[in-house]
Each structure stands twice: as C-alpha cells, then as structure tokens.
Design a protein around this ligand. Structure first.
Ligand SMILES: CC(C)(COP(=O)(O)OP(=O)(O)OC[C@H]1O[C@@H](n2cnc3c(N)ncnc32)[C@H](O)[C@@H]1OP(=O)(O)O)[C@@H](O)C(=O)NCCC(=O)NCCS
Length: 201
C-alpha cells in the first residue's frame, strides 16, 4: 500500500501527470518533462516509487469517478477532476495498492496561507479499515510547515468523517445551516498547523 501525490509537469508542450510517492523528489528535465527520483527500500533494495504514465493517470481518474458515483450525489465528473489537477494551487493525494488500484483519494487547494480539503473518499469496500486515517495523516504530514490552517466542510450527520477529522486534530469552527441541497446542515472544521518558527539572526 502506498500514498502518492498526483503531480503534473510544467512542460508547455505536453500535459504529463504522474503519481509520485510521498518522499520522492520531483525534478523536471531540460525539456520540462517530469522526472522523479526513485526511492529504494534500504532493507530490500526494492524500487518503491509509484510513477505513472499520463495514460495510466487517466485510467485512475476513471476508476476514481466510479468510486465517486457510488458515494456522492452529485458526484464530481471526470472533467471536474481533470480541472482540479490543472489548477495551479491544487494538491491531490491517493492511497493505492502498489500499482494496482486506487483505494481512496483526497483533493485540496491552497489559497494564501490556508488549505481547503474539497474531497476525501475511500472506496466503499475498504472503509473502516484505517485507510482514511492513513491518507489524511500522510497528507497533513506533507503540508505541515507549508500552511497555517486546513479547512473542510462535512455533513453534520456524517459520523465516520467527523470522527476521522476530530482524530486528526480538527475542531468544529462553525455550523453552516442548510449547507446542502437537501437542506441538511454542514460543519466547517479547521486544523491549526503550527508553522515552523522563522529564525532571524
Ligand atoms: C469518511 C471516510 C473517508 C473515512 O475513511 P475510513 O477509511 O472509512 O476511516 P478509518 O477506517 O480510517 O477510520 C477513521 C475513524 O472513523 C471511524 N469510523 C470509520 N467508519 C465508521 C463508521 N461507519 N461509523 C462510525 N465511525 C467510523 C473509525 O472508528 C476511526 O475513528 P477512531 O480512530 O476514533 O476509531 C470514509 O468512510 C468515506 O469515504 N466515506 C464516504 C465519503 C465521505 O463521507 N467523505 C468525507 C466527506 S467530508
């Protein structure tokens, strides 16, 4: 099982998306094509990075859309996900079986000093097994020191999600009455991330 970022190349010639394992180093070559350094497991010597071709990423997005349709009403479409990936401020992460299938996904956007989690979902067959906790924990670990607060909105009756967020340190900031189309309330939750102190001589 791995967690990885979906990253895109800055190349103007061709769009390239890859899933890059957290901790792998992102580099662009002289032509702007995305290259990632490979993590080697120090014990086994096995290559660990998940590096996907643009074609594979589109297959993964199709797979994500199927999970999305089973879960949300209305679901995000393939275009919604691709637009999200296009956005300069987007940060997205997936949890997957090694090069096999996506178990869950998280899409977020950064605005100034704050990050908003817009989507978090685990495949229906894999819920309640700790994958949500792993994905969220890994995401928070990666953004620590890069923003001051993380926001999200959750349906007030979504007990599993609220429990997950509270466990990760989120607190309820305010209730938003009639937030959803069916008239139900939402909760705005926030996580304060401690910035590393800036040292000035
Ligand atoms: C919410 C969601 C992401 C949680 O992921 P998950 O992998 O199922 O959750 P985990 O197994 O990591 O468990 C995380 C916490 O939620 C609790 N939890 C999980 N399923 C639960 C359930 N059905 N009822 C109550 N609590 C539940 C766990 O006990 C755990 O809390 P604990 O550490 O205090 O025991 C997942 O259920 C999901 O995708 N739901 C549908 C989409 C959704 O609601 N997304 C959030 C929108 S804001």
């Amino acid at each position: 099982m791995v967690c990885g970022y979906i990253v895109k190349s800055d190349s103007a010639q061709q769009k390239q998306y890859m899933i890059m394992k957290t901790g792998a180093e992102r580099k662009n070559d002289m032509n702007g094509n995305l290259r990632c350094s490979i993590d080697i497991d120090s014990k086994t010597g096995k290559k660990q990075s998940v590096i996907s071709t643009p074609h594979e990423i589109l297959e993964y997005i199709d797979y994500i859309c199927r999970i999305e349709k089973e879960t949300f009403n209305p679901p995000w479409t393939k275009d919604d996900f691709l637009k999200e990936l296009e956005s300069l401020d987007s940060c997205s992460m997936v949890i997957m079986e090694e090069k096999e299938k996506i178990l869950g996904y998280l899409f977020a956007k950064k605005a100034a000093d704050e990050i908003n989690i817009n989507k978090l979902c685990i495949h229906p067959d894999y819920r309640g097994l700790g994958y949500g906790k792993t994905l969220l924990g890994r995401f928070i670990g990666c953004i620590r020191g890069k923003c001051s607060r993380v926001f999200l909105e959750v349906a007030a009756l979504n007990t599993p999600a609220i429990r997950l967020y509270k466990g990760a340190g989120f607190r309820i900031n305010r209730t938003r009455k009639n937030l959803y189309a069916d008239g139900s309330d939402g909760l705005e939750m926030v996580l304060d991330i401690l910035q590393k102190p800036v040292h000035v001589d």
